[in-house]
Design a protein around this ligand. Structure first.
Ligand code: RTP
Ligand code: MG
Length: 137
């Protein structure tokens, strides 16, 4: 089924000059970019995006990280795009992510793991409406 998913190329991706490499993987897979923006978010936007995590002990460090510099937000579309992106991204912890995945190939961290992908159709709808309100139906 054709789906849309919200992807972030987090500040470590921009800092390390990996935007082209990572975007290229999604494009080569056959996913279509339907919206994209370079953006430096504030704490309030982080709190909204990571609403499910704001009470977790790791959240203050996560917020510091995602607001530490510009990131790229984008919406990708394709068959089963939500699951396909999460497979390409790899496990959350870059130290455990499989080689061949973005995190497995480029991250050695449980926090600075380069990418975000929506984890369900509900999350994708909520996150797309948050980041790209002009796309919301
Ligand atoms: P994401 O939401 O970014 O796609 O990543 P995910 O689903 O694989 O992981 P999630 O559990 O949703 O965690 C969100 C982000 O928080 C950071 N994190 N830090 N223990 C920690 O220090 C810790 N755990 C998670 C990571 O940046 C993770 O992607
Ligand atoms: Mg998540």
């Amino acid at each position: 089924m054709t789906q849309r998913t919200l992807v972030l190329l987090k500040p470590d991706t921009v800092r390390r000059g990996l935007v082209g490499e990572i975007l290229g993987r999604f494009e080569a897979k056959g996913l279509t970019i339907v919206a994209m923006e370079l953006r430096h978010i504030d704490a309030a936007m982080s709190d909204q995006h990571y609403a499910e995590h704001v009470e977790r002990d790791f959240y203050p460090d996560l917020r510091t990280f995602v607001t530490s510099g510009p990131l790229v937000s984008l919406v990708l579309e394709g068959d089963d795009a939500i699951e396909v992106v999460r497979v390409i991204n790899g496990a959350t912890d870059g130290r455990k992510a499989a080689p061949g995945t973005i995190r497995g190939d480029y991250s050695l961290s449980n926090r600075e793991n380069l990418v975000h992908g929506s984890d369900s159709t509900e999350s994708a709808a909520r996150e797309i409406a948050l980041w790209f309100p002009q796309l919301a139906l």
